[in-house]
Design a protein. Structure first.
Length: 88
């Protein structure tokens, strides 16, 4: 089962062709389930061979997911899998 199927905090939009800085890609925007705002995108497929490593990867835009970042302090996101409150 993929991470997307297990996630409950975002939804994916429709696939579309988008010209990115690194070339043409098929991507889907991802949206916050709480507020509905775009928080980033998922690379579904890359049209250039050198960009294939991006397929299936997600990009989260920090400015869209964290309010009032104080860049003078260290910022850390724990990316390890953990139990949710419902699994306690």
């Amino acid at each position: 089962m993929s991470a997307v199927q297990n996630s409950v905090n975002f939804t994916m939009g429709v696939l579309e062709e988008r010209m990115m800085l690194s070339g043409l890609h098929t991507v889907a925007d991802i949206f916050c389930c709480c507020c509905g705002q775009i928080i980033g995108w998922k690379y579904e497929s890359a049209h250039e061979k050198s960009q294939k490593y991006k397929e299936g990867k997600f990009v989260l835009e920090r400015g869209r997911i964290v309010d009032e970042i104080d860049f003078s302090t260290e910022f850390y996101i724990d990316t390890r899998a953990s139990m949710s409150d419902g699994e306690d």
